[in-house]
Design a protein around this ligand. Structure first.
Ligand SMILES: Nc1ncnc2c1ncn2[C@@H]1O[C@H](COP(=O)(O)OP(=O)(O)OP(=O)(O)O)[C@@H](O)[C@H]1O
Ligand SMILES: [Mg+2]
Length: 254
């Protein structure tokens, strides 16, 4: 039960408002860990601090035994710590293929200079990235839209592109912020299958999701956040039976 990610006493305020009030949690290697809690509990802010988008005011984030609390985002990505966003972000005019290539290219330490200088090594690097991009598109069943601009895709396909972008970075841990929100039931089930299959291939997953049926079918353990900290953790059955969890949802900002 090795923790791949260890968060200790993480705190962050915005304009004097305490949003993370001392988060302690572990994500164990090989799990699909669920992260739930009422709106405004601080789940996305926690992901922002773990991924390096925001700096915490205090506390620590350890990834694979290394302290990454103050590390640059790209260094975290290089270490295999990758996140997706609640709303798909990126460069709308680019095609799916270009999108994947861009994020593969951004993967630090992988011969960007060589590609820019047009050397033989650079060309090989491009080819290798292109192969990876095609393989990821195949895996996510995006091959038929690979040359379409991301803007032309359905909401669900955009979510898949967001996952594909993360995969280009060869993650060990993916933090997924509501990857199924607003997606139709068929594609939701498809995304769930992709997550299971990635996990079976050794990718650890931490999933924020409001759909309790999905959390119940995918995640073990489930961590519950409320008011900026971890309230409890356990199997799905354990946390839904917990009176404190029910109270947090009733008293939350829903
Ligand atoms: N950059 C920011 N500036 C100011 N306040 C922020 C910022 N980011 C988050 N907050 C505030 O922090 C609180 C927690 O927000 P957060 O988005 O982390 O919640 P969440 O648990 O992800 O909620 P949801 O389930 O609705 O996505 C909210 O009150 C939000 O307004
Ligand atoms: Mg959120």
């Amino acid at each position: 039960m090795k923790p791949l990610l260890q968060v200790r006493d993480l705190r962050r305020s915005f304009y004097g408002v305490k949003v993370l009030t001392g988060v302690d949690l572990d994500v164990v290697d090989g799990t699909i860990t669920g992260l739930i809690g009422p709106n405004g509990a601080g789940k996305s802010t926690l992901f922002n601090c773990i991924s390096g988008l925001y700096m915490p005011d205090s506390g620590s984030v350890m990834f694979d035994g290394a302290d990454v609390t103050r590390a640059r985002t790209q260094d975290r990505v290089a270490a295999g710590l990758v996140r997706t966003f609640q709303l798909a972000r990126g460069f709308p005019k680019l095609t799916v293929f270009q999108h994947f290539m861009l994020y593969g290219q951004n993967h630090p330490g992988e011969g960007l200079l060589a590609s820019l200088t047009g050397s033989e090594a650079g060309r090989r690097h491009e080819e290798q990235l292109a192969e990876e991009a095609l393989a990821i598109a195949r895996r996510l069943r995006l091959t038929h839209v690979i040359d379409n601009p991301v803007t032309a895709l359905s909401g669900g396909q955009k979510k898949l592109v967001e996952i594909g972008r993360a995969l280009m970075a060869k993650p060990r841990l993916i933090l997924l912020d509501e990857p199924m929100a607003g997606v139709n039931p068929t594609l939701t089930a498809e995304i769930a299958e992709h997550l299971k299959s990635l996990n079976a291939d050794g990718v650890t997953i931490c999933l924020i999701e409001h759909d309790m049926k999905l959390i119940g079918s995918l995640c073990d353990p489930v961590i519950v956040m409320a008011e900026g900290r971890k309230l409890t953790q356990g199997s799905f059955a354990e946390v839904v039976a917990d009176g404190r969890v029910q109270e947090a949802y009733l008293g939350g900002r829903h």
